[in-house]
Design a protein around this ligand. Sequence first.
Ligand code: CUA
Length: 307
Amino acid sequence: MSPWILLVGCGTHHQSALHPAGPAAAEITWLTWVLIGGLSLVFLVTMALAAAALSRRRTDEAELGTGFVAVAGIVVPSIVLFGILFLALRTTLAVGPREGAVTIAIVGHQYWWDVRYPGGVIDANHLVLPAGVPVRLELRSADVIHSFWIPNLHGKMDMIPERTHTFWVQADAPGIWRGVCAEFCGTQHAKMAFTVHAVRADAFQDWLSSRVSAQHSTDHPGAAVFVDRGCAACHAVRGLSDAQLGPDLTHLASRPTLGAGALPNTPPDLHRWVRDPQRVKPGNLMPPAHLPDREMALLLDWLGGLR
Ligand code: CUA
C-alpha cells in the first residue's frame, strides 16, 4: 500500500478554489472574493432602490428626473463594469505564462491522466511537483476535450485533441491536493481525478532519480500472468511491455489511488479493480479479468510491488 494514501483526505481543503496554496490560485481567489463582495453590494443597493421605488406613492413619480436615470443607469454601471474588466485583466496578467523549473507533460484520456516527467519517467493519475517553483505543464488530449484543474493551485486549462496547451502551476509549500477533470468528457468524467503531491525541491530531484533508475523483477510469476493473460497488451511496465492504451503501471504501487481516484490503492481494492473494473467505473476501457484464484493472487502480488 502506498504510504501517501494515508495523506489523501487529510485536511479539509485539499480540493478547494477558496483555499489557495499557490500564487496563481491566490490571485484568482482574491478576484473571486472582490467580485462576490462588490456584486453583493450592487445587489443590495439595487434592491434598496427598488424597495424605495415601490414604497413611494404614485404622485411622487415626477421627482425622479433624467439626471438620476443617467447616473444610476449609465454612469454607475459603466464604472462597475469597467472596474470588473480592469480587475479581470489584472488577474489574467498576474496568472499569465511563467518559465518553469521543470516541465511535465500530461495527456488526458477517457478517464485517466498520463503523466510524463523528464528522464523518461511515466506515471498516471499522480502528479508530483517540486514546491516553491513554477512547474511548466504541457497539456494534451488523446481523445476528447478534457480540462485540467487543480483548484488549490490554479484555474482550469482545456486539453484539446491535436493541440498542446502550455500551462504552469506552483505550490507555495509541500502539500497534497486533488486535481480533477473540469470538462464533461463521457460517462466517467466524475471519476477522472488525480492526486497532486508537492514535495521539497531537493526531495523532488531524489524522487525523480529513484524513478529513473527503478527496475522491476520480470521473473516473478505474476509478471508471466500479466503477459500471458493479456494485461501487457494495454499496459506498460518498464522492462516488460510498452503498450500505451491504458495507464503505465511501472509505479502502480506508489500511487495513492486506483482508477484515477475511483478507489484507494489498497490490496483489497486492487483486487476489486482488477477483477471487475466495470463494476467500479462503468464505461472505462478495461475489461474484467477472469483469472483462476492462484493466477490472480500471483498477479496482485507482483502488481503490489511495482513502486
Ligand atoms: Cu475528462 Cu471530464
